[in-house]
Design a protein around this ligand. Structure first.
Ligand code: NAD
Length: 258
């Protein structure tokens, strides 16, 4: 069997949080194209249902949509129960849901701080922990978390200290889980994308005016596209990455090099 065949995900059962749109949807599409069955997990059930239907129609795989708030432990437990009922097992988790908030540190309210940390860091912990419990019992699995280049650098000019702190937390959480679960065949890695064109960036009124400035700074002079994150995630989800755990993959067109 050639390397491309070995990288396929036929029959694997995967959940993707924040899978309704953006990076989550794009990576879920790649997983489906590689043959996996997909649970699209999102707060926005309408959009999640549309995405799941699209994946089934285009790829002949099974896909379900599950309304879940990743910050709510009871929701996360119910999500796992639904997946196990529908798919019987869980091989891969893409813990990706996240938000950004641009508020100067000295003006940030406790509620604003907490919301970003709850979704971006606690949400990743709760969903990775729930996935890990199933995978440890099964004897293996792969977890991929979405961090960001903001876990490495401080973006300018927009003030986003809660986001940056949450993403640095995701990177260290990923490494911690990878070490705890290494001998039990549960691998944990994260991706750290640079600026990617999605609703989060393109449709946010406060970020839109900054895009030109970011592109000027960026060595490639452009943002990334969600599809440009697909192949690394397919690699991490599959069996050819069996020696890859505790790694953080920066995919940013060299933005963090400058
Ligand atoms: P997006 O806003 O397009 O999509 C995020 C999805 O997450 C939405 O479908 C939303 O409904 C869902 N979501 C939000 N809160 C949720 C919750 N509590 N429970 C469940 N689902 C929830 O964003 P995106 O650009 O696709 O970002 C996806 C991930 O990538 C985020 O973690 C983000 O921080 C990270 N990221 C994005 C960029 C970028 O430039 N777009 C760069 C680096 C990292």
């Amino acid at each position: 069997m050639g390397i491309i065949e070995k990288m396929r995900l036929d029959g694997k059962k995967i959940f993707v949080t924040g899978g309704a749109r953006g990076i989550g949807k794009s990576v879920a599409t790649a997983f489906a194209e590689a043959g996996a069955d997909i649970a699209i997990v999102d707060l926005d059930i309408e959009e999640a249902t549309k995405t799941a239907q699209e994946l089934e129609k285009n790829n002949g795989i099974k896909s379900i949509a599950i309304k879940t708030d990743v910050t709510n432990p009871a929701d996360v437990d119910a999500m796992i129960e639904t997946i196990l009922k529908a798919f019987g097992r869980l091989d891969v988790a893409f813990c990706n849901a996240g938000i950004c908030m641009n508020v100067p540190a000295e003006e940030m309210t406790y509620e604003q701080w907490k919301k970003v940390i709850d979704i971006n860091l606690t949400g990743v912990f709760l969903t990775a922990q729930a996935a890990g419990k199933v995978m440890l019992k099964q004897g293996g699995g792969s977890i991929i978390n979405t961090a960001s280049m903001s876990g490495h650098i401080v973006n300018v000019p927009q003030p986003q200290c809660s986001y940056n702190a949450s993403k640095a937390g995701v990177i260290q959480l990923t490494k911690s889980l990878a070490v705890e679960w290494a001998t039990r065949n549960v691998r944990v890695n994260c991706i750290s994308p640079g600026y990617i064109g999605t609703e989060l960036t393109l449709n946010s009124p406060n970020l839109q005016p900054l895009i030109e400035q970011w592109n000027e700074m960026a060595p490639l002079h452009r943002m990334g596209r969600p599809e440009e994150l697909q192949s690394i995630c397919v690699y991490l989800a599959g069996d050819t990455s069996s020696f890859t755990t505790g790694s953080d993959f920066i995919i940013d067109g060299a933005f963090t090099c400058i």
